[in-house]
Design a protein around this ligand. Structure first.
Ligand code: PEP
Ligand code: MN
Length: 339
């Protein structure tokens, strides 16, 4: 249930209202926007009489919210959330950012790739140090040594890094090492213990949609993180499994505007995992940008044929630079003020 508070209400009246609700055993989420303040009431609200609340002087309107996700719900929080990724980089609410880098951190080539993606306009460096692989015999990642390389590149280039955390026991390591953004991969999108663990931190989380996850399941995964106290969630559409076999996954471009409608959280598109083949990555990146994504995550490798994972979908730096110039033009087209 949400209560929309009148503009005329004083901060003291708002505090009194919140205490009154909380004294009845509910949790609250107060969202102060430029035009309105909304109090989200969380718990079994079937016992609350909405007419009684509406009769209070400071309340404008009360609405029941049927969706099970509350904190991620745009009804509770009409304004776009802007996540601070560190190093002065903001995402969401009109701030568009591109995360780029290799699938896996492999060694000394990381800095070379990082310099190239930064020169092309990427603002966040990606790279996996812990890799979720379908086969236990496939390359599993460099682990902490990989984090070291990412952190060195981050310091040299003054750019935030995003890297996957797979195990709840590693979350504290990521926090201690001051990793800017923790990625939750598609295979862990419903690993509720991991979601809760990253929810206990304030580190931004890039949450990927599950392999066969619905939009509502993605929102509920975000709710797991947010309900533990971490509001800094960025959602990622990375393609879903369908009957189509010509591409690695099927890019659900629809999910981008649908998510913007349902949630205030930033939404990023990942055209690399969504398509699985270098030849389609640019087209999907352009589509995601045109659909209003707040950012992109793109795999880039200096020598894709030698990559330790996902070489088949990597762009080389020159292709990435070309894509970035066209993405900037698409951004201009969709954000232009027209007469
Ligand atoms: C990745 O980003 O390299 C990755 C494994 O992505 P996903 O979880 O979307 O498959
Ligand atoms: Mn990958």
């Amino acid at each position: 249930m949400i209560a929309i508070v009148k503009q005329s209400a004083s901060p003291e009246q708002l505090d009194q209202f919140v205490s009154w609700i909380e004294a009845r055993g509910y949790r609250t989420n107060v969202s102060r926007g430029d035009n309105e303040t909304i109090v989200g009431i969380i718990g079994d609200t079937t016992k609350i009489d909405p007419f009684l609340l509406e009769s209070l002087d400071i309340i404008d309107q009360v609405q029941r919210v049927s969706e099970p996700y509350k904190l991620a719900n745009r009804k509770f929080h009409p304004e776009d959330t802007i996540v601070d990724c560190g190093h002065g980089v903001l995402i969401g609410g009109g701030h568009f950012q591109v995360m780029a880098g290799p699938c896996s951190v492999e060694g000394d080539n990381l800095i070379e790739i990082a310099r190239a993606v930064k020169a092309a306009g990427a603002t966040i460096l990606r790279g996996g140090a812990y890799k979720p692989r379908t086969s236990p015999y496939a390359y599993q990642g460099m682990g902490e040594e990989g984090l070291d390389l990412l952190l060195e590149a981050s310091a040299e280039l003054d750019m935030p890094i995003v890297t996957e955390v797979m195990d709840p026991r590693d979350v504290q390591v990521f926090v201690d090492r001051k990793i800017d953004i923790m990625q939750i991969g598609a295979r862990n999108a419903q690993n509720f213990n991991l979601l809760k663990e990253v929810g206990k931190t304030t580190t931004p989380v890039l949450l990927k949609r599950g392999l066969s996850g619905t939009i509502d399941e993605l929102l509920m995964a975000a709710e797991y993180i947010m309900s533990e106290g971490n509001p800094n969630v960025i959602l990622c559409e990375r393609g879903i499994r369908t009957f189509e076999t010509r591409t690695r996954n099927t890019f659900d471009v629809n999910a981008i505007p649908v998510l913007h409608h349902l949630t205030h959280l930033p939404v990023v598109g990942d055209p690399s995992h969504a398509t699985g083949y270098t030849r389609y990555v640019k087209a999907a990146a352009f589509a995601a940008t045109a659909a209003g994504a707040d950012g992109l995550e793109i795999e880039v490798h200096n020598c894709p044929q030698e990559a330790w994972s996902d070489g088949a979908q990597a762009l080389v730096p020159t292709e990435f630079a070309d894509a970035m110039r066209r993405i900037a033009l698409i951004r201009e087209a969709i954000t232009a003020e027209l007469e």
